[in-house]
Design a protein around this ligand. Structure first.
Ligand code: VGL
Ligand code: ZN
Length: 198
């Protein structure tokens, strides 16, 4: 059975947001239309405490888009974004998916970022999403949302590694592109048997 996972369509990733993804707002009507074709929909929501270690502001002398070493390996630093309870963390008001059955929040632990909807950035701490999808018999995952080269990418790779069939719908995604990360994402999808359509 199919499930659509809509990744992080939140104010901070849209126009005027703290970590705005170029052309992010263009995907909202595309995603709304797409979602109507799926009986099963999951939304993810980036959801950080105010002093999250993925924020450049949490590291003295560091700037956004620099990379630092954290306990679990390299971490790109971001502008403060998607702070729990803030306007920036809310879903964009034009996102219309009333039948979404689950909202999965991620990145809520101060010490670990979580791009993927399945595992935090230590690649070991599960979010519980695999169990949810398996218990519900949802074995083919379609992905849409923001950002193509971070949260969509890591979610797709982990989903594939967990044994799901994975299709990423490119016209329903937009990327950030840090140092060629969009091209790298496409190459990784090809290598890993992740279908890219649209
Ligand atoms: C994301 C960077 C930081 C994303 C989240 O949703 O792709 N990117 N936090
Ligand atoms: Zn984040």
């Amino acid at each position: 059975m199919n499930v659509l996972i809509i990744v992080d369509i939140q104010n901070d990733f849209c126009a005027g947001g703290a970590l705005a993804v170029p052309q992010a707002n263009d995907v909202i009507p595309v995603v709304n239309r797409l979602a109507r074709r799926f009986a099963n929909v999951v939304l993810t929501q980036d959801w950080h405490p105010p002093d999250h270690l993925s924020f450049a502001s949490a590291h003295r002398g560091r700037r956004p888009y620099e990379t630092v070493e954290l306990d679990y390996g390299p971490q790109i630093l971001w502008p403060d974004h998607c702070v729990q309870g803030s306007h920036g963390a809310e879903f964009h008001q034009d996102l219309e998916v009333p039948h979404a059955a689950l909202i999965l929040r991620k990145g809520f632990r101060r010490e670990i970022d979580s791009y993927s909807a399945f595992y935090e950035n230590d690649r070991r701490t599960p979010t519980g999403l695999t169990g949810y999808l398996r218990e519900r018999g949802l074995n083919h995952i379609f992905l849409a949302g923001l950002a193509f080269d971070f949260c969509v990418r890591y979610s797709a790779e982990d989903a594939r590694a967990e044994g799901f069939d994975v299709t990423v719908i490119e016209e329903a995604c937009r990327g950030i592109d840090v140092d060629g990360s969009i091209a790298e994402t496409r190459a990784s999808f090809t290598r890993n048997g992740i279908e890219l359509v649209g």
